[in-house]
Design a protein around this ligand. Structure first.
Ligand code: ZN
Length: 404
């Protein structure tokens, strides 16, 4: 199951000189190769013209690499984040006190039941803690993390390069916008074209002036019902996907009907649905019929709630994260039997501090240390486990040729 070769393999081109970090890293003293930088900026301004070197490759925060070296990948995680935009103030006076306490043993029982209502639980800005928490994933054989922290969640490109260097892990960074509540104030004035250009720029040139590039679009946030700005972002996401060939991850609407509407908007805007992952198909409690429809549309289904079984919370009258990890595994086995093994992604989507090992959670190595043995007990072959942990991620993350 372990990859034979996890060495990062950078392409040997002028582009690689840039993507390997010489220009992107705020801590580097080397200037960017001016010609390469100019060429990439020219390409980014011309929709549909992406650096050819990306096709069939994966783009991490430290550079472009060959997908065959990705190894064991967790397809939806957060490493450094501030999700306080989705904080929900409790109504009851006694709970308002708990909402503003640091996460600790004395309040963990309450934080787990009310994960969105404790400010500290929604924030992980400690780089040293991030490194300490990721090392067990590496020791367990993990090599790549897809980090989907977004605009509005304090995405930190430089922080991710530092964590990637310190841990030796490959980190693939996202681009785009999360749910409406986290959008910037000027979102109403942005057009879909503006947002598409931002995303293309993140992928082709780099985020802001960091030169550090995204390797995936997402997680793109969809509320239930969708807001006008979320519809606009979905259209922009489809446009940017056509111009870059990037994979896409969607945080879908929490409703069996509305998740299908999210997918329809993407399709109508020209997205390649076969390169789109629908997250939270386990935690959002979609029906079996809905999961089948998502697969029939061509999308990947992302079981990314592993390790979060302690959270059973209510949102809009729905019980979320009601699945245990074993139920998730059994459902995946059922979908494999129905012929969908190549469309299943797995992860832990830790975006609450209490998921981290230092705070009583299972930590990033949970799937590898605790659940792979259960997969074997349930009869999954090594080949199938390898497909879920390695091959599917590789196929999903490799860039396709640009379409528009
Ligand atoms: Zn997420």
């Amino acid at each position: 199951m372990s990859p034979k070769n996890t060495r990062r393999e950078f392409v040997t081109s002028a582009l690689a000189g840039v993507t390997a970090g010489v220009m992107g890293n705020a801590f580097s003293s080397l200037p960017a190769p001016a010609m390469a930088q100019e060429r990439i900026e020219r390409q980014a301004q011309r929709p549909g013209v992406m650096p050819r070197e990306l096709v069939g490759k994966v783009q991490t925060v430290l550079g472009v690499m060959d997908g065959k070296n990705l190894g064991i990948t967790s397809c939806h995680e957060h490493i450094l984040w501030d999700l306080s935009a989705i904080f929900r103030e409790p109504d009851a006076a006694r709970e308002r006190g708990l909402a503003h306490q640091p996460v600790g043993m004395a309040n963990l029982y309450w934080v787990r039941a009310n994960p969105h209502s404790n400010v500290d639980n929604l924030v992980q800005t400690d780089e040293k803690l991030a490194i300490d928490e990721l090392m067990p994933f590496k020791y367990a054989g993990g090599t790549t993390i897809v980090e989907l922290t977004q605009n509005g969640m304090s995405r930190d490109p430089v922080g991710l390069t530092r964590v990637a260097r310190a841990t030796g892990l490959n980190i693939v960074m996202g681009s785009g916008y999360y749910i409406d509540r986290s959008h910037p104030r000027d979102m109403d004035s942005k057009t879909a074209e503006d947002i598409a250009r931002e995303i293309v720029n993140d992928i082709a040139v780099g985020v802001g002036d960091t030169g550090i590039r995204s390797g995936i679009i997402g997680e793109i946030g969809c509320s239930a019902p969708l807001t006008n700005n979320e519809r606009k972002v979905l259209r922009a996401c489809a446009m940017a996907q056509r111009r870059t060939g990037a994979p896409v991850n969607i945080h879908p609407s929490m409703s069996d009907e509305l998740v299908l509407e999210d997918i329809k908007i993407l399709k109508d805007a020209g997205a390649d649905l076969t390169r789109i992952a629908i997250s939270h198909v386990d935690g959002f409690e979609y029906s079996r019929a809905t999961r089948r429809k998502i697969l029939e549309a061509g999308c990947y289904v992302s079981y990314d709630g592993f390790g979060q079984l302690v959270y059973h919370f209510r949102v809009m009258g729905r019980v979320l994260n009601g699945h245990s990890d074993i139920q998730r595994i059994d459902e995946i086995i059922q979908m494999i039997e129905e012929g969908h093994i190549n469309k299943i992604l797995i992860a832990q989507d830790y975006c609450f501090k209490a998921c981290l090992a230092a705070y009583g959670g299972y930590g990033y190595a949970h799937i590898l240390n605790n659940l792979v043995p259960f997969m074997r007990i349930r009869g999954m072959t090594e080949e199938k486990i390898h497909t879920l942990l390695v091959e599917n991620a590789r196929r999903f993350l490799e860039f396709a040729p640009a379409q528009a």
